[in-house]
Write a protein that binds this ligand. Structure first.
Ligand SMILES: Cc1ncc(COP(=O)(O)O)c(C=O)c1O
Length: 433
């Protein structure tokens, strides 16, 4: 159910802009548009371009399908589980990747994903939940031996049922890659998996999964990721190929130049598709029944959302210029590793030149410095728009000192509320006096 914005806002947008986030280096929102959106809540907000999200999905899918036809995307809900995102991706035929009972509920109960279109990963699950997803027919990937023990117990309780699972593996990969998640893909564990399979006739291990968030997002790293899965697949499925190989997420998406310049390499979707798709093709053939699953989060959503906050005051102290905004590090900083985040100054009264300033947040924490060294003529009333903010932002934001901000969505030339501004009642709903 869409919650519409007041009419005057539509009129403003109808006449104002074509596509707000069309250019990753420059957000097309004007100062007036930002101000009017800010005035709907407490000043700062996320702005999500659903058309950009669709573009990302189509571009990623096309890139992979053109190299390896049997490729399928499952969007990583943890990256941003705002229901509006999952709902639009479902319309496009995208699957869901979830890691908890909460995310599974959002995908299946709220958004209506069929369980067999949901990949369930994650290291920690209750036995009741594992039973439910196995009975539902979801695509469960066991991450650890205790989950295989749980699965075995469920198999024994339902001897008349036929189940299927996948296994998440971990193995060393290039560029610092190590994952504490998954079952180590060594001879001992692979042998144990063969024995598990032999002992559980009503559950078929039908595919392999890995995901690494510690390595770089480079092609070398992905070469090792896919090689590790294919090697284990040869050892575990010597007679017939598995149903799927799941390469996980971890792809870079299209991003502002100022951010891209900070990485050694930012492969595009076509390069990832070549690296991974070709390996699949060589191993299983071009028209294979083995599905290549991808679990992108960042690559689909990061560049489709920005965080906008208003400058409340500009202070000069100790030789520094500090722009105080009504947003915080909690809104924008997730898994960053020290990158200078791309930010655009949208001035009320634009002027050329200016000096370097730091953007400081609203949380009373000294370290709440959102960016240093931004250049421009900053003044109270201006807006700062942080780009590439779709992943691990609103879902990690806590109501520390201030309630969480709304998400405004752009679609078909209209703006609507994807998440309303939180208030004190939302925060206190789970506490008692
Ligand atoms: C299992 C799994 N798949 C996919 C993702 C999405 O990763 P990214 O946002 O880097 O694409 C994650 C994120 O941590 C994950 O844990």
């Amino acid at each position: 159910m869409k919650k519409e914005m007041p009419m005057n806002l539509h009129e403003l947008f109808d006449t104002g802009i074509d596509r707000p986030l069309n250019n990753v280096d420059h957000v097309a929102l004007s100062h007036t548009q930002l101000r009017i959106l800010g005035e709907q809540g407490t000043g700062s907000f996320y702005f999500l371009d659903l058309e950009k999200l669709r573009d990302n999905y189509h571009r990623l899918r096309r890139a992979f399908v053109s190299v390896y036809e049997n490729s399928q995307i499952a969007y990583s809900f943890k990256t941003n589980y705002a229901p509006v995102i999952g709902s639009r991706l479902k319309e496009l035929g995208c699957m869901a990747e979830v890691v908890s009972a909460m995310e599974y509920h959002i995908a299946t109960e709220v958004l209506g994903y069929a369980p067999d279109k949901v990949v369930v990963n994650g290291p920690v699950h209750e036995a009741d939940f594992v039973e439910k997803i196995l009975l539902d027919g979801a695509q469960f990937n066991a991450d650890a031996w205790y989950l295989l023990d749980m699965t075995g117990e469920i198999c024994r309780r339902y001897p008349e049922r036929q189940f299927h699972i996948g296994i998440r593996l971990t193995y060393p990969i290039a560029e610092g890659g190590f994952s504490r998640f998954g079952i180590p893909s060594d001879a001992t564990n692979l042998q144990r998996l063969r024995e598990w399979q032999a002992a559980h006739r009503n559950c078929r291990i039908r595919g392999l999964h890995s995901h690494f968030s510690n390595s770089s997002r480079s092609l070398v790293s992905f070469a090792d990721r896919i090689a590790g899965l294919l090697k284990a697949s040869d050892m575990l499925f010597p007679e017939a190929p598995p149903d799927f190989i799941n390469i996980g997420g971890g792809f870079f998406g299209e991003m502002p130049q100022s951010l891209a310049r900070q990485y050694v390499e930012t492969p595009g979707f076509a390069a990832y598709a070549q690296q991974i798709g070709q390996a699949m093709r060589q191993r299983f053939g071009a028209r294979s029944d083995v599905t290549l699953l991808l679990e992108p989060g960042t690559a689909l959503i990061a560049n489709a959302m920005v965080f906008a906050c208003k400058v409340l005051e500009v202070k000069y102290a100790e030789g520094k210029i500090l722009a105080l905004v009504n947003g915080s590090n909690h809104n924008i900083n997730h898994k960053w590793a020290g990158e200078a985040l791309p930010v655009q100054l949208v001035s009320q009264r634009p002027q050329a030149g200016g000096a370097e300033f730091d953007v400081v947040g609203n949380t009373c924490i000294e370290k709440d410095i959102m960016r240093t060294g931004v250049r421009g003529h900053v003044a109270a009333g201006d807006y700062l728009v942080f780009q590439y903010m779709g992943g691990y932002t609103n879902v990690l934001k806590q109501p520390f000192i201030h309630p969480c901000q709304p998400i405004y969505c752009w679609e078909d030339g209209r703006v609507f509320v994807g998440k309303r501004q939180e208030n004190v009642n939302d925060i206190l709903a789970t506490y008692v006096l």
